[in-house]
Design a binder for this molecule. Structure first.
Ligand code: ZN
Ligand code: ZN
Length: 280
């Protein structure tokens, strides 16, 4: 069984009730954080997961809303890991990830220096191990396999989706993308597809061109649902709602997805959990 927790279902626009894009995936006793948007560690704390308890950080792309709390995550893991000589945090993302991680550690360079000077048992900066990929298998540990494929969020490039599998259960995390062959192939037959969505019917009517621009590199609710249908996934999990789902509007969003996908459709607030079992 794989458990998905929508830690943050928000967007770049700060929302009092929704943290930034982040999804927690627990599989085979391992804990994966997919993207690390605003407020991610507060949401993770709500489900008993701390930065020190993560098996790996997986990044779909380097847009600010998806990496906003990278610094918080790296520093908090570092100061809250008490084992001597801790293993480095594996970070798997698209090309560019190593540069972002290095720059983030540099931005916190003063903090890192203060803490090393103050605590005798902190002798080195946060240990990380960055792997950049655009396709293929990226993880094979204790029965958990992770594969990535390219998605299409241009001009943001490269971007990747993740497929996490264990014991016959599988979950695909699309990140931000328009429908594309890479995602169709990655998601084929998966137990669940977690897909970010925007309401093009709403955004295309907003006055500001900068808001309208958002439409051309994301999937609408219907497009994400059509991807789920083409790939034949077991369930569709929607997140990263733009604009935020207004209270009481969940059924309207679900109905839009149901025009294209006939399986179970999951959406909701931060901390919404979905269990994905092995498919028969
Ligand atoms: Zn994006
Ligand atoms: Zn985004």
């Amino acid at each position: 069984m794989i458990e998905i927790t929508l830690l943050g279902t928000g967007s770049p626009i700060p929302d009092p009730n929704r943290a930034g894009p982040s999804t927690l995936v627990r599989a085979g006793g391992q804990v994966f954080l997919v993207d690390c948007g605003r407020g991610v560690l507060q949401r993770a704390a709500a489900v008993g997961v701390g930065a020190a308890g993560l098996s790996a950080l997986l990044l779909t792309h380097l847009h600010s809303d998806h990496i906003a709390d990278l610094g918080d995550l790296l520093i908090t893991r570092w100061v809250s890991t008490f084992a001597p000589d801790p293993a480095p945090l594996p970070i798997i993302g698209p090309p560019g990830t190593a540069e972002v991680v290095e720059a983030t550690l540099k931005a916190f360079g003063h903090d890192i220096g203060y803490r090393i000077a103050h605590h005798a048992d902190l002798t080195a900066p946060p240990a990380v191990e960055v792997h950049e990929h655009t396709e293929g298998q990226v993880w094979d540990r204790d029965g958990v396999l992770i594969r990535v494929a390219s998605t299409d969020h241009r001009p943001v490039a490269p971007t990747i989706g993740f497929r996490i599998e264990t014991g016959g259960a599988s979950v695909v995390l699309a990140g931000d993308t328009v429908p594309c062959a890479g995602l169709d192939e990655l998601a084929a037959g998966a137990g669940a597809l977690v897909h970010t969505v925007i309401r093009k019917d709403i955004l295309s009517n907003v006055g500001q061109q900068r808001i309208k621009d958002v439409c051309d590199y994301h999937s609408s609710v219907q497009e994400a649902a059509a991807t789920a249908a083409r790939a034949g996934v077991g369930a569709l999990v929607l997140t990263h709602y733009v604009p935020a789902i207004a209270p009481g509007q969940e059924d309207q969003w679900r109905a839009l997805a149901a025009t294209e996908f006939s399986g179970p459709i999951e959406l909701g607030d931060d901390l919404h959990r979905v269990q994905v079992h092995a498919r028969q």
